[in-house]
Write a protein that binds this ligand. Structure first.
Ligand code: PHE
Ligand code: ZN
Length: 867
């Protein structure tokens, strides 16, 4: 058990939103000088500081990671006693209102395993400053409302670091004695320090140009190891498409003469929007058909767009404080989702986004770490880069767009960008801009920013007779979340229609109903047929919906709904009702699902990508989310039973679909992607049916494919089942891609996600594989992150999976607290499971919490999960 006294005395303080105060000192200019060296880099920072308002407070500069000054000078004179260290801050009493403060520090990039601040990756030196990494590089007011103009001089060994990059434009560069050289960069746009970046190393660029709508030519560069240059083509095409899209859709043009992207292999997140110098996790840049799947290509386009879009939503207009994080992230996620929808199939993109929301955000919103999209407090801000801030944040802005209409929304974003250009803004500023531009009143809508929890909505339709009137009864309730026992009704925009039960046509078209009270009744007149309710078109609100629609109604909608998302959703609901009923021990009838899937599979009007999505069963995790006291074995059993029945009953249809979707030559197009997806889905159903030739088919697909999508699809099916071909394919895959880290990640993941028995032991063994390392976040995620979402293996009744993940958390925490903290939520959901597993999970969390010297990151996640 946990020693309560120790834990309390060790509790790091929470930062609260309501405590915000504007900065005492501003820093309009900063000049940085780096003497680069992997072991010992010397950083000289010259800060022009200006007192803001009338106060007598000293200048407080944040430091971190044990940073200590080598020297401190004020206005050109070195001080020995006019400064002090308070915690991690450097405190300086300053007599006047304007001063020049110079500090010198020495840091050790090669020894920095946190991947925050300046660190070494594969021989490169690079930075990551969001959220609070800059303080590990130099002493500075590390808060996003202090905006400065940066001048950066870098000096280093010309052979080790031939390329020296920073934000803005390069002003100067040259040779120095003793094989050294330097470069000088200047960024004319004032920015918060979290957007500072520097990269030094042996890199080559894929160079291109983009001409803006006002006729300026921008030099583009994607910087990678020379051998990786051929894998940057898709990223470059995505970048140019994003630049054009933001001009066309949001009227936003790029503002510097240079835009650089660097790919690094050690990176905690996906990518970072540093001004004019985005730094990416290499998995979101490098791709070719042989090594990257269609999903990887799509993700690259989405992330390249996301980071590029931040140039306006994040950089030109930044955040006042970190409680406003969703201001830039939620909005930018919406923008990248819109971009990707425009590039391919909007319906399929929406289905994918909703699936991601349900997989990551709904569980978060229903668990111990639930928080509003604008949180009220945090211990460690790195823990708040969550699906709630990002994905629910995007949903909230999407709802605003729906309520205001496309034109009102665009007027709102124009006003927001104009009004707050060059400023550090708040979520409230965004809402006010929307109101001012459109005339709408968003008073009640603000509840979406303050209340956590996924609203539950019930909808029930009653009718008298054809030709008569229908009554729709709606109700909502927002569940209790930590610190928020009482909730108010929110405005929930529901796009819906009533389909004629015979014709399938939407009677009276599509309606937008805003459910803004606890209960509401809406009536519809002049119906010519009995109606079937189609509701939450396009997932117009991020809610859990309960309706009293019968299996027959859902099957009808899955065949006729005009809204593709609602059509998909009807099938999902039909499957979910069947599975949840079975998991609760009710009577099992698979026939309606089988019939509906047959209809979808054989409907010639549907495209392959949509069919592949529609016939997929809800995930085990999502089924579990509908249950109390989840027994993952039971969930897996009922789901497998339905899968096997679908496989067996529709075996001819699966064979047909498999043959029809047979690939010709590889091509990256929406249609070809859809075919590949359907092919692997069909293959998985053939395996579920126990078709005698499933392994042979899978292995043949594995060997014959000319692209990673088909190869990985086959490998996944093989990895899930036992067959001689399984070992052969895994061994071949490993040998074929030895040394290609991003592909070897896939090899680890295929095994970590395996539904076959013995996966816990296999994963423990893989953690001892020479290619496994906890120091690289991608590799850690590929094995441990994947394992922790594998419902059957992670929840092995022995508790062995829990112990493995807890051990990993403790091991990783010593090196990289952010990466360690990300592994906590899987254990943190212990309350959702049946008592045996719940107590095993809780025991592991308590074991972690009892270890002295935990990072703030892990401490916050674990203590909140137990609290
Ligand atoms: N701001 C980055 C993005 O969403 C995410 C990020 C956060 C990256 C913190 C690194 C560190 O685009
Ligand atoms: Zn972002």
């Amino acid at each position: 058990m946990l020693d309560a006294a120790t834990a309390v005395s060790a509790t790091p303080a929470a930062i609260r939103r309501e405590d915000y105060r504007p900065p005492d000192w501003l820093v309009p200019e900063i000049a940085l000088d780096f003497q680069l060296d992997a072991q010992a880099t010397r950083v000289t920072a010259r800060l022009t500081v200006r007192r803001q308002g009338a106060h007598g407070h000293p200048l407080r500069l944040d430091g971190g990671g044990g940073l200590l000054p080598v020297s401190v000078s004020i206005d050109g004179e070195e001080l020995h006693d006019a400064w002090r260290i308070d915690g991690e801050q450097l405190v300086i009493d300053l007599p006047g209102d304007d001063h020049l403060v110079e500090t010198i520090v020495q840091i050790a990039p090669a020894a920095n395993s946190t991947l925050m601040g300046l660190y070494a990756s594969n021989g490169l030196l690079c930075t990551q400053c969001e959220a609070e990494g800059f303080r590990r590089i130099t002493f500075f007011p590390d808060r996003p409302d202090v905006l400065s103009r940066y001048t950066v001089r870098m000096e280093g060994d010309a052979a080790l670091y031939p390329v020296l990059l920073s934000n803005g434009d390069q002003l100067d560069a040259g040779e120095l004695p003793a094989g050294r050289h330097y470069a000088l960069w200047r960024d004319p746009f004032p920015k918060p320090c979290y957007l500072f970046a520097l990269v030094a190393g042996d890199l080559s660029a894929n160079r291109d140009q983009f001409v803006t709508r006002s006729g300026r030519t921008i030099d583009l560069g994607i910087w990678v190891r020379e051998a990786d240059l051929p894998k940057t083509r898709h990223a470059m095409a995505s970048l140019k498409a994003s630049m054009a899209w933001d001009e066309r859709v949001y009227g936003r043009e790029y503002d510097l003469a240079v835009f650089n992207i660097v790919a690094v292999s050690d990176f905690n997140f996906g990518a970072m929007e540093n001004k004019g110098l985005n730094i990416f996790n290499s998995r979101y840049i490098l791709a070719d058909p042989d090594t990257a799947t269609d999903a990887d290509f799509d993700a690259i386009a989405g992330v390249v767009a996301h980071e590029y879009f931040h140039n306006w939503s994040g950089n030109r207009v930044t955040c006042r404080d970190w409680f406003q994080l969703s201001l830039k992230e939620g909005f930018t996620v919406l923008r990248d989702q819109q971009f990707s929808a425009d590039q391919g199939s909007p319906a399929v993109k929406r289905i994918e986004d909703v699936r991601a929301l349900r997989a990551a955000q709904f569980p978060e919103d229903a668990g111990p770490l639930a928080h509003p999209i604008r949180p009220d407090s945090y211990i460690e801000i790195s823990n708040f880069y969550t699906a709630t801030i990002y994905n629910k944040g995007a949903e909230v802005i999407r709802m605003m767009k729906l309520i205001l209409g496309d034109e009102g929304f665009r007027a709102g974003t124009d006003l927001y960008f104009d009004r707050h250009d060059g400023q550090a803004a708040t979520c409230e500023d965004f809402i006010v801009a929307m109101e001012d531009a459109s005339g709408a009143d968003l008073t009640q809508f603000r509840l979406w920013y303050t209340q956590a929890g996924t609203p539950r909505v019930t909808a029930s339709l009653t009718t008298d007779a054809p030709g008569g009137r229908a009554r729709l009864r709606l109700s909502q309730s927002v569940p209790t979340t930590p610190g928020q026992p009482d909730k108010q009704p929110m405005p929930i925009p529901l796009k819906l229609s009533l389909l004629g039960a015979v014709s399938g046509a939407a009677m009276g078209g599509e309606h937008l109903v805003i459910l803004d009270e606890a209960e509401k009744e809406v009536t519809f007149d002049g119906l010519t047929e009995l109606p079937v309710l189609s509701i939450n078109h396009g997932f117009s609100a991020p809610i859990c919906l309960e309706t009293d629609r019968s299996p027959a109604d859902l099957a009808f909608l899955s065949a006729h709904d005009e809204d593709p998302f609602a059509r998909y959703e009807a099938m999902q609901q039909l499957m979910l009702d069947t599975l949840v009923g079975a998991a609760k021990g009710g009577p099992v009838d698979h026939t309606p699902v089988i019939d509906a899937v047959r209809n979808t599979l054989t409907d010639p009007a549907l495209d392959a990508a949509f069919v592949a999505e529609a016939v997929l069963l809800p995930s085990e995790a999502f089924i579990g989310d509908q249950l109390d006291a989840v027994d993952p074995e039971m969930v897996a059993t009922v789901r497998e039973a339905l899968r096997a029945d679908l496989g067996t009953e529709l075996i001819d249809e699966w064979r047909d679909a498999y043959a029809r979707a047979h690939a010709n030559r590889y091509e990256y197009s929406p249609n070809a992607k859809g075919m590949r997806r359907l092919r692997s889905v069909a293959l998985a159903f053939l395996a579920a049916a126990g078709a005698p030739d499933w392994a042979e088919l899978a292995f043949a697909q594995y060997r014959a494919s000319d692209n990673m999508t088909d190869r990985q699809g086959a490998l996944g099916v093989l990895a899930n089942n036992d067959a001689p071909e399984r070992e052969a394919a895994l061994a071949d895959f490993y040998d074929r891609y030895a040394g290609d880290a991003l592909v070897i990640d896939k090899w680890f993941t295929a095994q970590a996600l395996s539904t076959r028995s013995g996966t816990v032991e296999a994963v423990e063994a893989l953690a001892r594989h020479p290619d496994f390392t906890i120091a690289n976040p991608n590799r850690l995620r590929s094995l441990v992150g994947a394992f922790a979402v594998n419902q059957r293996a992670f929840h092995d009744p022995s508790g062995r999976g829990y112990r493995f993940v807890a051990d990993m958390i403790l091991g990783v925490d010593k090196l990289n607290p952010q990466a360690a903290a990300r592994l906590v939520p899987s254990l943190g959901r212990w309350r959702r499971y049946e008592p045996g597993r719940a107590s095993l999970m809780r025991d592991e969390l308590e074991r972690v919490l009892a270890v002295p010297g935990l990072s703030k990151d892990v401490f916050e996640q674990v203590s909140k999960s137990l609290g």
